[in-house]
Design a protein around this ligand. Sequence first.
Ligand SMILES: Cc1cc2nc3c(=O)[nH]c(=O)nc-3n(C[C@H](O)[C@H](O)[C@H](O)COP(=O)(O)O)c2cc1C
Length: 364
Amino acid sequence: MIGLFDRLSRPFLRALDPEDAHRLAIKALRFMPLAKAPADSDELAVRAFGLKFPNPVGLAAGFDKNAEVPDALMRLGFGFVEVGTITPRPQAGNPRPRLFRLESDQAIINRLGFNNDGAAAIHMRLAARRDAGGIVGVNIGANRDSKDRSEDYARLIETFSAVASYFTVNVSSPNTPGLRDMQQAKVLDDLLARVIDARERLRPRANLTPVLLKIAPDLTLPELDDVVGVARKRHVDGMIVGNTTISRPSSLRECDRRHEEGGLSGKPLFKIATRMLAETFVRTEGTFPLIGVGGIDSGATAIAKVKAGATLLQLYTALVYRGIGMVTEIKAELATALKRGHRNSLASMVGSDAATITAESWPA
Ligand SMILES: Cc1cc2nc3c(=O)[nH]c(=O)nc-3n(C[C@H](O)[C@H](O)[C@H](O)COP(=O)(O)O)c2cc1C
């Protein structure tokens, strides 16, 4: 069924403007009757942040920005879905065109700029599906014209606590001017203090929802030292490494489109994001789990992320080039790797290559 969907829809969707294709894919997921993917085998289950994930392969933020189809995506085999980025007020984002396929690089550049329906509308959707189960993370950000960005994050924690399985504090998107400056130690410390405080204030009424921090792959190592230091001090529950990159690796083949402004994702992001993941892993010293994201497009790249330090995985761009069937393929290859190594969970593989990776020369 999934294979047929991929074969029929992908060539058609790829012929359309990328943003129209995305809209159509969301519509199809909303209205198509989808059979549930077969249950995941027990050894793929992952416990992290106090949650039990049926499998470690999640959908990264940005695909289902408005929480329209999280349940359809989980039916297709994702172990969890992260919706958003959501801002307090609705926002149109940057003018189109703002999404570019770099076909020969299997990459995307986007400068969408947090286009989303806003907290009230999205909260209604999530409240309506609250009893459906599954793990739905809520990725939060600030409005572009906000006077107090930290306050935006704190408010969103209050709004979504009862419907979010976890929160992602997104301070790493390159398309809201100045947002990534919130990764500076002093600003980040203030932000995380307010976010954690907002969560604590809800405690008598709601369980403590895990809070994760999503960072850019473009931080310098001294900046990463600070970020991990602040994350540990403020007791976040985990980190996501990472967002899209503003760098343009020399390997890129699409000469015209590489100069488009925005964040680059997909295959060319894999090496730099995996290096940053390993660098983060060695700095966290096991204090909290990491989600590895950036350029995952196969079982081999998924396993490499786990060995670099990822307890859980997320992907987005490869869906455009490889289709949804890839999720089933990745899960099968993870299960095979476990059998081959006589292991009964991925946990013992997490970070096994981190020391080696961090000793290599920096990826170009
Ligand atoms: C079109 C597009 C929109 C995105 N929007 C968001 C977003 O709103 N919030 C966010 O945290 N990340 C966003 N991302 C980043 C992804 O969540 C992910 O971190 C990044 O694309 C790297 O993963 P990939 O190489 O598997 O795509 C977006 C990515 C793409 C391609």
